[in-house]
Design a protein around this ligand. Structure first.
Ligand code: FEO
Length: 169
């Protein structure tokens, strides 16, 4: 593999594990608030992030590349009300989308069509994740100020279940 491309995927592994760590942090925050549905939503999200990291690990291994694990940064819950972690999650997903796009661009430059095909799944996934995060902010802005509505929204989020990724390597 092109060294720049494999290096970028290696560092993306760390960013995906950090994403999981960040969402477990947000899950803990909501658990402490007593919002079990929000806790569940972020717990499932964190599981998906670990899948993203491991898919990249597997892809590197399948292509004979060395996988290097770096230290994972300390996650922080933003100060403020219950809405702030949702906004931070959307901002984080936009950042991750930018990073995936950078790898895609490097693969394109290197004519690494296999990696571009591998990343297609992540490009689509980022679109879904950004939409989910912004939908959640919108719902919270609309209903979060009313305790009964917040209770129902929390109950809705409690129904989210983890599903293994559709991408198989
Ligand atoms: Fe793995 Fe939320 O991007």
């Amino acid at each position: 593999m092109d060294k720049k491309v494999s290096g970028l995927i290696n560092s993306q592994v760390n960013k995906e594990f950090y994403s999981a760590y960040l969402y477990f942090e947000f899950a803990n925050f909501y658990q402490e608030c007593g919002l079990d549905g929000f806790y569940n939503w972020f717990y499932v999200q964190a599981q998906e992030e670990m899948d993203h990291a491991l898919l990249m690990v597997k892809y590197l291994q399948n292509n004979g590349e060395k996988v290097v694990f770096e230290a994972i940064g300390k996650p922080e819950t933003p100060a403020g009300d219950n809405l702030q972690p949702l906004k931070a999650a959307l901002a984080h997903e936009k950042y991750i989308t930018g990073e995936i796009n950078e790898i895609y661009a490097a693969a394109n430059t290197a004519k690494d069509f296999r990696t571009m095909q591998f990343l297609d799944w992540f490009v689509k996934e980022q679109g879904e994740e950004e939409k989910n995060a912004s939908d959640l902010i919108r719902k919270m802005e609309l209903f979060g100020g009313d305790v009964r509505s917040l209770y129902l929204l929390d109950a809705e989020l409690k129904t989210r279940v983890y599903a293994a990724p559709s991408l198989i390597l």
